[in-house]
Design a protein around this ligand. Structure first.
Ligand SMILES: Cc1ncc(COP(=O)(O)O)c(C=O)c1O
Length: 401
């Protein structure tokens, strides 16, 4: 009986999600190394327009070669948690490289960027019991969960509003403070005013934690992120990043002062009680990070492609949020229409852009989150802009239907 009630409740909840037009379906792609951003889907060739493999490093020969070699050297899995036989030289070499990339004393790997945020913010947040955490209203779910689990006081400041942040900082006197922000916000493409935030953190003696997940590999002379691009190397207390987006692999990390990183290593349950990422992944990530430190070519072409796509969308009359970064949200504002536009693009044109719905974004702000890579051609860009223009541009054919 009780089991049936669980199943009934799950069924009803799913019906509700479907009725709101935000039921999520997988698109099972057959990615093809060497052909990205083309992929196979149900026997057809399609073009992917929503990958976070921003630079196509997931198929880069340097990365693949390092992974083949690591597979032969280490075998498949890590064989344990980091503390119990799961640490290899591939892991420690990558941590040394990441610390150096961010001009920090140490770095620590986690199984994903999500886990890194949740674990590090929980651990550091509750280190001093009277701490207040100041969190940007646009922060990612992983940061929100980490902050919540820290169980200390928090203040949410309006997105990227440094005046509001300062107002809130002034209200808490000399209690320990931690400011948590992203550098590039993943759903709007906006960039944080990091110079100002660093100044406030210094002035109010707050620990500054910056999620550079959507910036590492892409910004800064060596791909160190927005902090590096703005000359803030070493001025951010904890930099958090992922290996799963511009670096083309998976895994997350934090980098910062040794004593703080070591504290997270020694106390964060999501670090301690889980199997380490496979050494083959760590070796591939190391190759990717090292490659993008010395080569600016991919970043250069990427920037050009982003500008070209924004121009093409503008010409086609497509409404998008121009947030200074590479992320291009095409605003639709309705879950059912968003899914319909996405389905039509895939079925008719073979363009895959995933609809983004609540709870990832607030209701009424549903969007297509378009990402372009150095591997998308000028012709690809024109075709997508044209197709989107026909569906949601000035003609608004689909919106009117
Ligand atoms: C801002 C931000 N932080 C963290 C994460 C989680 O990173 P990962 O995909 O490596 O778990 C994401 C994922 O998209 C993100 O957008």
């Amino acid at each position: 009986m009780i089991k049936t009630s669980f199943a009934d409740a799950a069924g009803r909840a799913l019906e509700g999600i479907r009725a709101e037009g935000r039921y999520r379906t997988f698109v099972p792609l057959a990615r093809q190394a060497g052909a990205f951003p083309a992929a196979r889907l149900h026997g057809r060739t399609i073009t992917v327009w929503c990958s976070n493999d921003y630079l196509g490093m997931g198929q880069h020969p340097v990365v693949l070669e390092a992974m083949h070699e690591a597979l032969e050297t280490y075998g498949a899995g890590a064989g344990g948690t980091r503390n119990i036989s799961g640490t290899t030289q591939a892991h420690t070499n990558l941590e040394v490289e990441l610390a150096s990339l961010h001009c920090q004393e140490s770095a620590l790997l986690f199984t994903s960027g999500y886990v890194a945020n949740e674990a590090a913010l929980t651990s550091l947040g509750k280190l001093l019991p009277d701490t207040v955490i100041f969190s940007d209203a646009g922060n990612h779910a992983s940061m929100i969960h980490g902050i919540r689990q820290a169980g200390v006081d928090k203040r949410i400041f309006r997105h990227n509003d440094v005046e509001h942040l300062e107002e809130l900082l002034q209200q808490v006197g000399n209690r320990p403070k931690l400011i948590a922000v992203e550098s590039v916000y993943s759903m709007t493409g906006s960039i944080a005013p990091l110079v100002e935030i660093v100044r406030l953190a210094r002035h109010y003696e707050a620990l500054l934690y910056v999620d550079e997940v959507h910036a590492v590999g892409l910004y800064g002379a060596e791909g160190g992120g927005i902090g590096q691009a703005l000359g803030l190397d070493g001025q951010i207390d904890i930099v958090q990043g992922t290996l799963g987006k511009a670096y083309g692999l998976m895994g997350g990390y934090i980098a910062g002062r040794s004593v703080l990183v070591d504290y997270a290593r020694s106390t964060a349950a999501p670090f301690i009680f889980t199997t380490a990422i496979p050494p083959v992944v760590a070796a591939g990530a190391l190759a990717s990070v090292q490659y993008l430190r010395r080569s600016g070519r991919e970043r250069f072409i990427h920037r050009q492609r982003v500008l070209a796509l924004k121009n093409a969308l503008r010409e086609a009359g497509v409404p998008f949020r121009d947030g200074d970064s590479h992320i291009i949200p095409v605003m639709i504002g309705d879950a059912v229409l968003c899914k319909k536009v996405s389905d039509t693009l895939l079925q008719k044109q073979g363009f895959y852009v995933q609809p983004i719905n609540y709870p990832t974004v607030p209701r009424g702000t549903e969007r297509l989150r378009v990402t372009v890579t150095p591997q998308h051609s000028e012709a690809n860009i024109q075709e997508l802009a044209h197709a989107l223009g026909m569906l949601v541009g000035v003609k608004k054919t689909m919106a009117a239907a």
